[in-house]
Design a protein around this ligand. Structure first.
Ligand SMILES: NC(=O)c1ccc[n+]([C@@H]2O[C@H](COP(=O)([O-])OP(=O)(O)OC[C@H]3O[C@@H](n4cnc5c(N)ncnc54)[C@H](O)[C@@H]3O)[C@@H](O)[C@H]2O)c1
Length: 318
């Protein structure tokens, strides 16, 4: 599907990945571009570049579980494609499990329901590699069992099933993308931050960086702009639509290597502290990306060390 001229809406678009997706969508020359975010965690400043590049960008500070409000936006903006990225992040689900799980599920339900009612045509729903839990085999392709370990992961898995049920029952034109771990500029470094912003913050503040567990747990890290590009390709490519696609680098990286890379980018050669495992942490993650390579010619561009340098440079300038 040609995205040029279409009306596109990004939920969670003031967040980390959503704001990069918004930047990337501008290159497709949409007819209309809309971001909906309640700024629970996102920041309007994440959209500064997007507003500069596309002055017609519309921003609604709205909770997407508010069905009427979202319906009115979809109707007023005559939206064709919804990119659904709004979420409550994993760390919040360790502190407020019931609220987080309910919110994640309800957000997906609202978006699906409005799709069923015809308020937009096509959905790209953002899932997470967390739904797979710890790898029972690698590389983890899209058929890997869903073995969620945290309330966040379980709710994201439930949301995926919900999207699939709306596809099968009501013919909703929906595709599920499963990014693995993302990093890059604009990743939230305040409440519920992930390891990369936390390590950068600690080193900059003269504190020793902390690794939970032995650091030999692995993740598949992608630079955020590569993943945003994958989401655009999914929407643009008819062959990819309707299924589930992993978006990742296909490279397994230990947390030790990650933290050493960050330390190098920050010229830090001090000690690293080890703390007990975080509850629910997965041990091993390596994505199978053959499907994305085949269907959307997905070729992530950014090497880890280059991406970490760009990420650190962004935090240093902020
Ligand atoms: N960051 C990663 O490494 C990663 C990995 C895999 C999957 N994902 C998925 O990618 C998507 C984006 O994640 P992110 O890292 O950019 O998260 P983020 O927290 O930076 O962005 C999520 C945004 O959703 C907004 N939001 C939360 N509740 C809302 C609500 N009720 N109504 C409207 N907006 C609401 C927040 O304010 C925030 O701006 C999510 O679906 C997430 O599950 C992220």
């Amino acid at each position: 599907m040609e995205l040029g001229g279409k009306s596109l809406l990004v939920t969670g678009g003031a967040g980390f990945i959503g704001s990069h997706l918004t930047d990337r969508l501008i290159r497709e020359r949409p007819g209309n571009l809309v971001v909906v975010d309640n700024l629970w965690l996102g920041r309007l400043s994440n959209l500064d570049a997007a507003f500069a590049a596309f002055p017609g960008l519309k921003f609604y500070r709205t909770d997407i579980t508010n069905v009427r409000a979202l319906r009115d936006i979809l109707r007023a903006e005559e939206v064709d494609i919804v990119f659904d990225l709004a979420t409550i992040p994993l760390p919040a689900s360790l502190v407020r499990p019931k609220w987080s799980a309910r919110k994640i599920y309800e957000m997906a339900l609202t978006v699906c329901e409005l799709g069923r009612q015809g308020y937009y045509q096509t959905l790209v729903h953002c899932s997470s590699s967390e739904v797979y839990g710890t790898a029972t085999y690698v590389p983890m392709d899209e058929e890997h069992p869903l073995l969620a370990r945290t309330p966040y992961a379980a709710a994201k898995a439930a949301a995926d099933l919900l999207v699939q049920s709306y596809q099968h029952t009501f013919g909703l034109d929906a595709t599920i993308v499963r990014p693995f771990n993302n990093y890059g500029p604009r990743q939230n470094d305040a409440n519920y931050a992930g390891i990369i912003p936390i390590v950068i913050r600690r080193i900059r503040a003269g504190q020793v960086p902390v690794i939970f567990g032995d650091g030999e747990q692995t993740r598949d890290y992608s630079f955020v702009t590569d993943v945003a590009d994958g989401m655009v390709r999914v929407a643009a490519n008819d062959a990819a639509r309707g299924g589930v696609l992993n978006l990742a680098s296909g490279e397994e990286i230990t947390v030790n290597r990650l933290v050493r890379g960050l330390a190098a980018a920050l010229d830090y050669d001090g000690p690293i502290e080890y703390a007990p495992d975080r509850p629910g942490d997965v041990r091993r993650h390596l994505a199978g990306i053959a499907r994305a390579q085949r269907l959307i010619d997905y070729r992530p561009q950014t090497e880890l060390e280059t991406g970490l340098e760009r990420t650190v440079a962004w935090y240093l300038q902020g």
